[in-house]
Write a protein that binds this ligand. Structure first.
Ligand code: PLP
Length: 371
């Protein structure tokens, strides 16, 4: 096993467990800053770790702007001391009132959200204005993923005008997430990202020609932020998420980005049902099941392992090395998708200098905290 993942004593670790290797986490944070050029150019997404202690490490490194997808994440960020929180999510239903409560509860946090439709902008404006407060809104642009947002053009421009004219909301720029850009080659990715970016640039110039402010453009994830980071544009804020822990999926998808996996799963053998099978306590309640069955994990110490059956609390591996294992033996596994995996764990077990040093709550895995 890679010596960076050595642990001197695992006897207190209840499996299946998510472990965070402190030095590797620091290495990834440092590398993220190096790629961005400066911590002030970053607005990392907390969805990967959902953990106060990770946010506090980022703040210590000078990363003050943060991004979230849920109110629980936004609240966790504010609790951890983040002075600037962007909830990159379109608010509907009770989330409109939650925005008002958030602003009341955290008056010193710069808070902003996304919008891509008239209705939430009007509802949000009304709710904020009636309490004498206001909220920043970034217009969500569809840069080709077709998940949320508007394509650049007249409709998007009309909506930006509405944000400007509506009391209780303030225009704060554009949100451009391009998580569909998964080209393996950095050069091909760059061409695809830049082709969308040119349209966004044109659109931004149209807005500015009207005299409208476009103070920031929050752009990119792990695969594309190095491309935005190369641009000399103070409005750009890079918003990677996954690279903080990284996972087997992104290690395979982006060979140009070498972030070591910093969060692994510790599992124990619970049975040896046949000569070539090893059964682990690593069911899909402990690792994200958004990946196809059979492809949810990588076992660095057991490269020929095939995931032949997974239930809620069981994972059956087929391996030519099955006879080396007996109940209680341990294995480390790299999740293929770490972000939804962390949502399945109450805490991470922190390994520092090869020793269990702490446990951190994965505080915002829940849908709500207090707001
Ligand atoms: C809106 C938004 N921004 C940023 C990110 C971070 O991207 P990545 O996980 O590729 O680093 C995500 C990931 O899902 C996202 O949905």
């Amino acid at each position: 096993m890679d010596p960076r993942y050595a642990i001197d004593d695992t006897s207190r670790i209840i499996t299946p467990a998510m472990l965070v290797f402190s030095e590797l986490l620091d290495e990834n944070l440092q590398q993220m800053i190096e790629i961005a050029g400066d911590p002030t150019r970053l607005r990392p997404h907390c969805k990967t770790h959902k953990t106060r202690e990770v946010v506090q490490r980022q703040i210590q490194l000078g990363i003050l702007k943060h991004k979230a997808a849920t109110f629980a994440e936004a609240e966790m960020l504010a609790d951890a001391g983040a002075p600037d929180v962007f909830l990159a999510y379109n608010l509907v239903g009770p989330n409109i009132a939650r925005a008002v409560r958030f602003v009341e509860q955290f008056p010193n946090v710069a808070f902003s959200v996304t919008a891509d439709h008239v209705l939430p902008i009007c509802n949000l404006g009304q709710a904020m204005d009636s309490t004498g407060s206001s909220i920043g809104v970034l217009l969500d642009i569809d840069a080709g993923q077709h998940r949320t947002g508007l394509p650049v053009g007249d409709k998007a421009k009309d909506l930006y005008r509405l944000i400007i004219e509506t009391a209780g909301v303030e225009p704060q720029g554009l949100h451009v997430y391009d998580g569909h850009q998964h080209q393996r080659s950095r050069e091909e990715r760059r061409v695809a990202v830049l082709s969308e970016w040119e349209k966004v640039q044109q659109f931004r110039q149209d807005l500015e020609a009207e005299g409208w402010p476009v103070p920031r453009i929050v752009a990119g994830g792990t695969g594309s932020f190095p491309i935005y980071a190369e641009m000399d544009d103070p409005a750009i804020e890079c918003s990677p998420g996954t690279c903080v822990y990284n996972d087997a999926g992104y290690s395979e998808a982006f060979p140009d980005l070498v972030f070591p996996p910093a969060a692994l799963l510790l599992t124990r053998v619970i049975s040896r049902p046949t000569v070539d099978r090893v059964t682990l306590d690593l069911g899909y309640k402990a690792v994200a099941a958004d990946q196809p069955a059979g492809q949810r994990l990588v076992f660095p110490e057991l490269p020929d392992a095939e995931e032949v059956l997974q239930n809620e609390e069981h994972l059956v591996l087929s391996t030519s090395e099955a006879d080396r294992f007996q109940p209680g033996d341990e294995l480390l596994a790299i999740p293929r998708h770490v972000c939804p995996t962390s949502a399945l764990h109450k805490q991470v077990w922190v390994i520092q200098n090869g020793r269990l040093s702490d446990r951190w709550d994965i505080a915002s895995r829940d849908r709500w905290l207090t707001i």
